[in-house]
Every structure is written in C-alpha cells, then in structure tokens.
Design a protein around this ligand. Structure first.
Ligand SMILES: [Zn+2]
Ligand SMILES: [Zn+2]
Length: 389
C-alpha cells in the first residue's frame, strides 16, 4: 500500500529548493577531489620508484632477475618520475580542473543532468486523455484513455519508443476518455492502478462483458485505493489527490511534488471551488482544463441536455471560467513556468479561442503579478512535450 498522510495542504507550505545548488556543490567537490587525486598520485609513483630501485640494485648483482626484467625496471625508473611530474605540472597550470589520476582511479563517473520532472501530454480531450510524468527514478501515467496501439503511436510522434517501465497508472475518474485502457496498460507494464474505490467499482461495471463476468477490460490486476485528501508516495514522487466537482462517482485531480517542484493537473471539473484553487497554488507546471467557449456550446450541435450537463457545476470548465481564474492575482499565483490549457472540446472550442481568452486574462494582471511563463494548448490528436523542469 502507498504511504498515506493526512493534511492535504501542509505539504504545499514547503519551500522550493533550487536543484541547481547540487550542481554547484558537485563542481566544488570535483575540484577538491582533483587536487587530492594529484596529491595521491605523486607519492604512489614515489613508492614505486623506490621499489624498482631496490629491484635494480639486487638485479645488478645478478641473482634475482633475468636480463629482460632488469631492462624493464631500468626504463620504468627513469620514466615514472617524469610521468608524475608531467601530470602534476599540467594539473596545476591548466586554467580548468584536471584529474591527473583519472586513469588509475575509480571515481568521477559523469553525473546525469538533473531534472525534477519530464512531462509529456500524449492526448487531451473527450476522446482520450493520457499524460506521462517522469523523474529520474519514477514514471507515472496519469489517466489511460488511449489503448496500447495509439499510445505507442503518440510516443513515436515524440521521437521515443513506448516506455519499458511505468511504475503506476493513476486514474482520475471512470469516464471512458480517462479509463478505457486502464486494465490493458496496467497489464502491459505489470504495474498497479491507483484510483478511488468508487471509481474502481464503476470501471468494473462499465467494462464488464456480462454482469457476472468482468472480462479483461474490466479486470485491473493490481489496484491501490486512494482517497481525495490523502497524500501518498510512489518512488520519489509525492502524489496529492484532491476532489473536483464533476459528474462521476468520486472524481479527483492530482498534484505532484519532487525536489521542491510541483506539477498540477486539473481537468473535468464544472467550476473552480476554493479547495481546487488552493491545490493549484505554487505549481511550477499547470495543466488546466479550458473545455468550451460558451457561445459555441450554446449554438453547437449537442442536444440540450448534454449542453446543460457540460455547462453545469459538475460539467467542464469554460474558457470564461479559466480566464476569471487566470486574471485574478489573488487566486492564480502565476508561478508556473508552463501553463497548458487542456481537454478542449473539438465541437465547442478552438485552440485559438482558448488561447486568446487566456492571453487576454493574463495580460490584464498587474505588472507586479505578471505571468512570465509560457502558454500551451494540449491537443486531442497530437502529443505535446516533453517539458523538462
Ligand atoms: Zn474527460
Ligand atoms: Zn469526465
């Protein structure tokens, strides 16, 4: 079971620590180790020279060594002090750090560039949602609305193969655009699915072949139950599920933290309650639904009851609601380096409308609270990313 903790907001009080500091520390440590390496190397050569001189003295008297070994030692005695002096001198004179003993020593393996998160939005919209969230140690898939074949295609479009390992699949709610491939992908990666118990029950019901026969689409082999407001850890990622207003059994959105960096993903919600706004605070990367343009929805092709559902407080966020949120410096802190508008309706919105609406809202903020990140639009058909934080 995941480690669970109460108090959903306490974690967000933690200050961000700049991961860059680790690079600086690493560099200065390297400098120290380089000079240590030179200091180690010279005495070692000295000891070797003393030993070889002893061997030579004995060898000259004829009874310890053969002529060939005598010749090798004779050459080494002259060569090694020269090599030691050369390495030490070059190391001291060069304007940059140099590890004179690298060929002889074990240390200083190159360190990978550190990132906190890598985020790839594979698809976003009412025909399928999936986002991959990676750290150096952990890989999570948020929602499973694309089957194996399509998700493979999305990765190929990003220039990479399907990941060999995914540690967990997180499901926000049971609607098919978020859950249809949960069982299939959990089997593919042999990983657990994290979801609430009511969401799981609905998935089993929706995808069962017959009432008493769930079948493969309804059978998620490893299930971990989660609850809104209870944090848990997967690898080096802290996951924080929080409740959202949507017409599903027990829908949640998520925020994630690692290395003092926060990612928040909130789609499929009818409005933005105070709790949701709190959970989006301090996000360095924010994926937020901007589902429909109200005018397009009203005159669009949907039947009236569906229009009402989409517009309701358990439906989807309109461009207008998102604009109100983005313009208000009291609720949106504008810390995000990337803001992604997601889950756009293909019938009732266009990328341009959503983008213009958000840009106007962001432009209306006072200069002191300006949004200095970049704005992106996620698509149903084309993957977006990867973004590195
Ligand atoms: Zn959806
Ligand atoms: Zn939904």
């Amino acid at each position: 079971m995941p480690r669970k903790q109460q108090d959903p907001s306490a974690d967000e009080q933690r200050g961000a620590e700049a991961p860059e500091c680790q690079h600086q520390q690493h560099d200065s440590r390297n400098d120290d180790r380089d000079s240590d390496a030179v200091q180690d190397f010279v005495p070692r050569v000295g000891v070797l020279v003393v030993v070889l001189r002893h061997v030579l003295r004995e060898g000259r008297h004829g009874d310890l060594l053969g002529a060939r070994f005598y010749f090798f030692c004779h050459s080494a005695v002259h060569f090694l002090p020269f090599l030691a002096a050369l390495c030490a001198s070059v190391s001291l004179w060069l304007p940059f750090s140099f590890d004179a003993a690298a060929p002889l020593c074990h240390h200083l393996a190159p360190e990978r560039l550190r990132i906190s998160f890598r985020i790839s939005i594979l698809a976003s919209g009412s025909s399928g949602n999936s986002t991959l969230l990676e750290t150096e140690r952990t890989t999570l898939l948020i929602d499973a609305g694309l089957g194996r074949r399509e998700i493979t295609r999305r990765f190929e479009a990003l220039g990479r193969p399907l990941p060999e390992r995914v540690d967990a699949i997180l499901i926000t709610h049971e609607h098919t655009d978020h859950s249809s491939a949960a069982a299939q992908l959990a089997r593919l990666w042999d990983c657990p699915a994290y979801l609430t118990e009511p969401t799981h029950r609905e998935i089993v019901k929706m995808f069962a072949e017959e009432p008493d026969k769930p079948g493969p689409k309804a059978t998620i082999e490893r299930v971990e139950y989660i609850r809104a407001g209870e944090r848990f850890q997967i690898g080096d990622i802290e996951v924080n599920p929080f409740r959202i207003p949507h017409d599903a059994a027990d829908p949640v959105a998520f925020s994630f933290r690692t290395n003092g960096t926060k990612v928040a993903v909130a789609t499929d919600l009818g409005y933005m309650p105070e709790l949701v706004k709190q959970h989006l605070r301090e996000a360095d990367f924010l994926i937020l639904e901007s589902n429909h343009d109200l005018e397009m929805l009203k005159v669009g092709p949907y039947p009236w009851h569906i229009k009402q559902r989409v517009m309701s407080r358990t439906g989807h966020l309109s461009n207008n609601i998102v604009s109100d949120f983005l313009a208000d410096a009291d609720v949106f802190d504008a810390r995000a380096r990337h803001l992604v508008l997601a889950h756009l309706s293909e019938q009732n919105n266009t990328p341009d409308l959503a983008q213009i609406s958000a840009e106007q809202a962001l432009a209306a903020r006072a200069a002191d609270f300006a949004f200095r990140g970049s704005l992106h639009i996620a698509s149903q058909r084309v993957p977006l990313g990867p973004f590195e934080l």
